[in-house]
Design a protein around this ligand. Structure first.
Ligand code: WTA
Length: 650
């Protein structure tokens, strides 16, 4: 479908915006590429450096160092600097729990909590450079935990609360975390997610963990958790101890770190092998999330900004915690599911708290469309002034609904394309400056030199599909994969000469707008969750009944992509419903419920090339229900396999 409608921001929005016209955006973007030193000098004045930076970039592919010479403690930008202004008493976080409890933390209070936890972690023996794992739900303490690690110089590794204990164990063991911060349980759709119980199972096989700190979230009346003597400690007990003088001092006046000091590791799926520990460092990441928060979300005093992403994903890191707090914004945080107790929950939160900016994912929007317009109609959404989308391509129908029903036709929509590895938003339209086109992610962010290229590296012409690449380093980019420089170089910087390969396909239209079509590697995007086919396959083959497995995506109206797996069984196994259930439970255990296949198909053989590689492309066509095979099958070993697979269709 060709979509060429344009939505121009209202004059009223543009008048107040930081960047007011397309021409102004273009000038700024050009400056950010031509004279990066000048551009970043001007746009890093809000960041608190103890020692100012001297060199913008030292680059020796694939090693980048940004803001050379600078030292800083990132939390001074996100917290301390606000205490000297009227932001001191401004809400930093407005929290609503799924059961309906509401809590507000001002910047003063957030700072106080971070300082207390920093001192407590120091007393537990955590020092700069140590890794700390965080396995929590959406509660303010998750942000406190991340900031306390940053204040101490410890590298945090947040593991999404939807991951299983096995997945948590593997991530802890890869990072060698010393301390794990978790909670008794989290609320999700009226049920308790037993985080502590799952943490116990993980820690039993994670020898690096010395202490487990447990936040009480559930309150009395819930199944008590097991506290292991000498290892487990309640969060409130830890904080109520008087910190040693040295730790208290360190927390109050924290040390400054080098610009390239590691800030966090976040595991994400790649096209092969086990998850990758994407490593971000301090100054460049902060600069990236700061200026994108400021310009893309147009944050200003009086805004209540709500990013619905979980802290366990990069969107939660950059646009729930670090970016908005670095701007002194007020952030809305909601613990639970969008459909609990009913599909009106989000709209109720917007009305109740007066949310002005909403940043969510297309999958959620499509689910809301399906639930019906009556739900948003029940609430007053007139406080909203800006909408954002992230995580997957937004189809024009979903875009238009979001604009009309949620935004009342008056709110600009910023579709933002970026990745765990990019740290910050790379493509979008600046609200107030640029018109948007439903389905297009728009134009490059500042400092971003991005292109669509062919396999030989040459640029595609307008509207020609190709590979999305970034042509030069940018401040918030990942610096490496934890303890795996070689895989970093190979995954991102070796596929096409001299450029960063995103793994996405895209085209750029005649107006210079980018249209991202989705992953072209073996990574799936199911309901906005990034899932590696290799991870699913290795989880399946670790089940005793399975001989071989292949995972592919198939287009899905609601989730964007649905996960289909083809499985061959070992001799003597029965391909039945019971086994399908067992395999589903196995995936729950190995990865997490969010990675459950939508369909499991048993087969006698998988289509393979003569050299033995599974032909995923063909399986994708079969999963999508294509009656005929479009692609080249000349390397296929046995054409009979294809006919059989089709015949077995569910
Ligand atoms: C996809 C999430 C189209 C893309 C921030 C990318 C998008 C992957 C968009 C990264 C968008 C993200 N339009 N596709 N606006 N945003 N993607 O690491 O395929 O969880 O490579 O980061 O999501 O997913 P990740």
């Amino acid at each position: 479908m060709k979509e060429d409608r344009r939505f121009t921001p209202s004059a009223e929005f543009s008048k107040r915006a930081r960047v007011r016209s397309h021409a102004e955006y273009r000038t700024m973007h050009q400056l950010s590429l031509d004279e990066p030193e000048t551009f970043w000098r001007e746009h890093t004045t809000d960041l608190v450096f103890r020692t100012p930076w001297k060199t913008f970039l030292e680059w020796s592919l694939p090693k980048a160092r940004f803001f050379g010479g600078a030292t800083l403690n990132l939390t001074e930008t996100c917290l301390d600097r606000h205490l000297a202004t009227e932001a001191r008493t401004r809400a930093a976080i407005v929290f609503e729990g799924e059961p309906g409890d509401v809590r507000t933390l001002t910047y003063f209070e957030l700072h106080r909590e971070v300082v207390r936890l920093t001192a407590a972690l120091a007393d537990l023996g955590v020092v700069a450079g140590d890794r700390v794992a965080i396995y929590m739900g959406m509660v303010p303490e998750a942000a406190v935990a991340m900031l306390a690690c940053a204040r101490l110089g410890a590298t945090h590794s947040v593991v999404f609360g939807g991951f299983s204990s096995d997945a948590l164990r593997d991530r802890i063991n890869d990072s060698g975390a010393k301390v794990l911060l978790t909670q008794d349980g989290a609320w999700r759709r009226g049920n308790v997610v037993p985080l502590k119980k799952m943490a116990d199972d993980a820690v039993a096989q994670a020898p690096s963990i010395e202490k487990v700190v447990v936040l009480r979230r559930l309150g009395a009346g819930h199944t008590p958790v097991q506290m292991k003597e000498g290892k487990d400690i309640w969060w409130d007990d830890l904080l109520s101890r008087t910190a040693s003088e040295a730790s208290a001092k360190l927390a109050r006046t924290p040390p400054a770190f080098d610009a390239e000091h590691p800030l966090f590791i976040l595991y994400t799926s790649g096209s092969t092998g086990k998850p990758k520990g994407v490593l971000h460092t301090t100054a460049g990441y902060l600069a990236g999330v700061h200026i994108t928060s400021k310009f893309v979300f147009d944050l200003r005093e009086g805004d209540l900004y709500w990013c619905t992403a979980d802290v366990g994903w990069v969107t939660g890191h950059s646009y729930l915690v670090y970016g908005p707090l670095s701007c002194g914004a007020t952030v809305m945080m909601y613990e639970g599911a969008p459909n609990f107790p009913d599909w009106g929950r989000f709209w109720n939160i917007i009305e109740k708290h007066g949310v002005t900016i909403l940043y969510t994912a297309p999958t959620a929007i499509r689910a809301f469309i399906r639930a019906g317009d009556d739900w948003p109609a029940k609430s007053d959404l007139s406080s909203l002034r800006l909408l954002g989308s992230v995580g997957e391509p937004i189809n024009p129908e979903a875009w238009t609904w979001y604009h009309r029903v949620i935004g009342g036709g008056r709110c600009p929509i910023v579709d933002t394309w970026w990745q765990t590895e990019t740290g910050a938003i790379m493509l979008t339209t600046l609200p107030g400056a640029c018109y948007s086109k439903p389905g297009a992610t728009g134009l490059p962010s500042f400092g971003v030199d991005i292109a669509v290229v062919k396999d030989d590296g040459s640029e595609c012409s307008a509207n020609e599909g190709g590979k999305l690449v970034v042509k030069r380093p940018w401040p918030s980019m990942a610096r490496t994969l934890y303890k795996d420089d070689a895989r970093y170089a190979e995954s991102y910087w070796s596929q096409l000469p001299g450029v960063y390969f995103t793994g996405d396909g895209a085209r750029r239209d005649e107006d210079g707008y980018f249209w991202v079509t989705g992953r072209i590697d073996d990574v799936l995007n199911v309901a906005g969750h990034r899932i590696g086919t290799a991870e699913i396959e290795s989880a399946l083959v670790s089940h005793p009944a399975v001989a071989e497995a292949a995972a592919v995506g198939k287009p899905d109206d609601l989730k964007g992509q649905a996960l289909v797996v083809f499985v061959t069984l070992k001799a003597g196994q029965t391909a039945d419903k019971l086994l399908k259930e067992k395999l589903t439970e196995h995936i729950d255990r190995e990865i997490g419920k969010f990675a459950r296949p939508d369909s499991i198909r048993f087969t006698d053989a998988l289509p393979k090339t003569r050299s033995g590689k599974i032909m995923r492309r063909l399986l994708k066509e079969i999963a999508s229900g294509a009656a005929e095979t479009k692609g080249d099958t000349s390397t296929l070993e046995d054409l009979g396999v294809l006919a059989k697979l089709r015949a077995d269709e569910e």
